[in-house]
Each structure stands twice: as structure tokens, then as C-alpha cells.
Design a binder for this molecule. Structure first.
Ligand code: C2E
Ligand code: CA
Ligand code: CA
Ligand code: CA
Length: 279
């Protein structure tokens, strides 16, 4: 048993060291990724359930790593949040989204709004709102073509500061969405105090919404709550026709998920929009 314990320990520390080495290496690569232009945004359409049109897309970052291939955000965003590099990544995301909006002028995508994800950590940046304003101006894009998705964590810490940042953003005309709604342990009172335009019901409620009574009840309640507050609702992770029908029946405003489309590169989105493939 002693022998085994030692082996386990050894295995454990080696694993830890490997992980630490990998983290350090990844962090070093991350510091060069911006300079080497290795990030790319993929876009996932949101279907407007009133008229079956695509009116907005969510931008989701990927990292074209020189050796490891296309990395999903889970492989580097948490690390970037820890190191603070997320601020620069967020600036790049906002700029890239604004450039994309400008490039879409005159194409089948020209009416689309782009929603970008910001971590709570990015609200630490005092210049965030100025940067967003300048990015919009540089590309000559109206502020209401841009949406910002934040999770409920912003209602839990640094509330005063976050309220100030979001009020300034909202005054600019940028839309505000609460991401992963329902899993963040925040108080509903913040929906009253913060200028929220959209709630995105977390995928965990949608996955079994047509099979589980409790998920159906929660989803309906969130939709009614939001509508009574003048807030629109997006359902995340819609994968089946049955889920889509349920959401339509209960007056959910928008649906997003693999049923409609996976997140895809801009060129692919442009082709799909031009050919009306997403409707
Ligand atoms: P999120 O904002 O909740 O994004 C939704 C995630 O669910 C995306 O994963 C998307 O690809 C995935 N998804 C969409 N539809 C479906 C579906 O029908 N079924 C399933 N199973 N999954 C679906 P992704 O792209 O890997 O992004 C993961 C998370 O990384 C995002 O979660 C967001 O929190 C973060 N993230 C992505 N891009 C950025 C960014 O530019 N900045 C920051 N700070 N975070 C980002
Ligand atoms: Ca999101
Ligand atoms: Ca989400
Ligand atoms: Ca999420």
C-alpha cells in the first residue's frame, strides 16, 4: 500500500509539473498570438422566431495555434483571464467585430448585429468603453450593431463599477445581453438596476426542455419575467426541432444552437446568408 501511495504521489507531481510547463508555454505563445494575428472569430447565427430571419450572430473566438491547431476558447481564455492578457484579447475581439461589420456593408450580412463575449475581468479596464467607442467610429459602424454578452458574475463583484461601465456602454447605444442566465447565483434585483436588453437562457435548461417538466417551467418563467421587464430572450443550445417548437410556442424571441448552425467562419456565413440556407 505504501509502495502504491508513493507511485501515485510521483505520478501526481509529474502530472502537475507537466501541466505547469504546458501552462507556461501556452502563456508565452499567447503573448505572441496577437502580434502574429493567430486569433479568429467564428460566427453563430441567432434565429429570430417571430419572422424566421437571422438578425444577429455571436462572435466566438478561436486560436489558430502554430503547432496545436485550432484551439477552442476553453483552452486559453481562462488562462488569459488569470494573466490579465484577456484585456488585449478583448480589444482585439471588439476591433475585429467592428471591422467585420464594416466589411459586410453591401453583402447579404449587412443588417447583422454582432454579439461579442466579454469576461467580467474585462470591465476592470477603465478604457474599455472608450476603446469600443473608438473602434465603432474607426469603422464607421453604428453602436447598435454591436452587442456585448456578460455573465451574471458582473452582478456579484465590483457592482458599482460594473454598473457605471455598462451604463456608459448602453448610453453609447451598444446592446447588453446577460449570458448563461439562470446558473450564476445572482439576485434578480440586478435586472432592475442594470440596463439589460437581452437574457440568454443557459443551454442547461434547454437541453431537456421538452422532456423535463422543471426545465420547461423555468424556461417559461424566465421568458415571462424578461418580457414583463421589457427584455428580449435568446435560448442557447437549441439542437432539436422539438425544442425550437417549444420556444416558439412560448414566445421566446431568438434561438441559437447547432440546429440552426454551428459557429462558422465569416466567409461560410456570408455564403449561407446569400443563399438563404439558414432559414
Ligand atoms: P458561451 O458564450 O456560452 O458560448 C456558447 C458556447 O456553446 C460556444 O462554445 C458554442 O460553440 C457552444 N454551442 C453553441 N450552440 C450549441 C449547441 O447547440 N450545443 C452545444 N453543445 N454547444 C453549443 P465555444 O465557442 O467553445 O465557447 C465557449 C465559451 O468561451 C463561451 O461560452 C464564452 O464564455 C467563451 N468565449 C468565446 N469567445 C470569447 C471571447 O471572444 N471572449 C471571451 N472573453 N470569452 C469568449
Ligand atoms: Ca456568449
Ligand atoms: Ca452562453
Ligand atoms: Ca458559457
Amino acid at each position: 500500500a505504501k509502495e502504491q501511495g508513493r507511485n501515485t504521489y510521483q505520478f501526481y507531481t509529474e502530472g502537475m509539473q507537466d501541466r505547469e510547463v504546458m501552462r507556461l508555454e501556452l502563456d508565452k505563445d499567447l503573448s505572441q498570438a496577437l502580434a502574429h494575428n493567430e486569433f479568429v472569430l467564428h460566427y453563430q447565427p441567432q434565429l429570430d422566431l417571430d419572422n424566421a430571419e437571422i438578425k444577429s450572430v455571436e462572435a466566438l473566438i478561436r486560436w489558430q495555434h502554430p503547432r496545436r491547431g485550432l484551439l477552442p476558447p476553453v483552452d486559453f481564455i481562462p488562462l488569459a483571464e488569470e494573466s490579465g492578457r484577456i484585456t488585449d484579447i478583448g480589444r482585439w475581439v471588439v476591433m475585429a467585430a467592428c471591422q467585420q461589420l464594416a466589411n459586410w456593408q453591401g453583402t447579404a450580412c449587412e443588417h447583422l448585429r454582432i454579439a461579442v463575449n466579454l469576461s467580467g475581468r474585462e470591465l476592470d479596464d477603465e478604457q474599455l468603453v472608450d476603446h469600443i467607442r473608438e473602434a465603432l467610429k474607426a469603422e464607421n459602424v453604428p453602436a447598435d450593431r454591436l452587442e456585448v454578452e456578460l455573465t451574471e458574475e458582473i452582478f456579484i463583484q465590483n457592482i458599482e463599477r460594473n454598473l457605471t461601465q455598462l451604463s456608459r456602454l448602453h448610453q453609447l447605444g451598444v446592446h447588453l445581453a446577460i449570458d448563461d442566465f439562470g446558473v450564476g447565483y445572482s439576485s434578480l434585483g440586478y435586472l432592475r438596476d442594470f440596463p439589460v436588453d437581452l437574457l440568454k437562457i443557459d443551454r442547461s435548461f434547454i437541453t431537456e426542455v421538452t422532456e423535463r417538466h422543471d426545465d420547461a417551467v423555468i424556461t417559461r418563467a424566465v421568458i415571462n419575467l424578461a418580457h414583463n421587464l421589457g427584455i428580449q430572450v435568446v435560448a442557447e443550445g437549441v439542437e432539436t426541432e422539438e425544442q425550437l417548437a417549444f420556444l416558439k410556442n412560448h414566445r421566446c424571441n431568438l434561438a441559437q444552437g447547432y440546429l440552426i448552425s454551428r459557429p462558422i467562419p465569416a466567409a461560410e456565413l456570408e455564403r449561407a446568408m446569400a443563399q438563404g440556407l439558414l432559414l
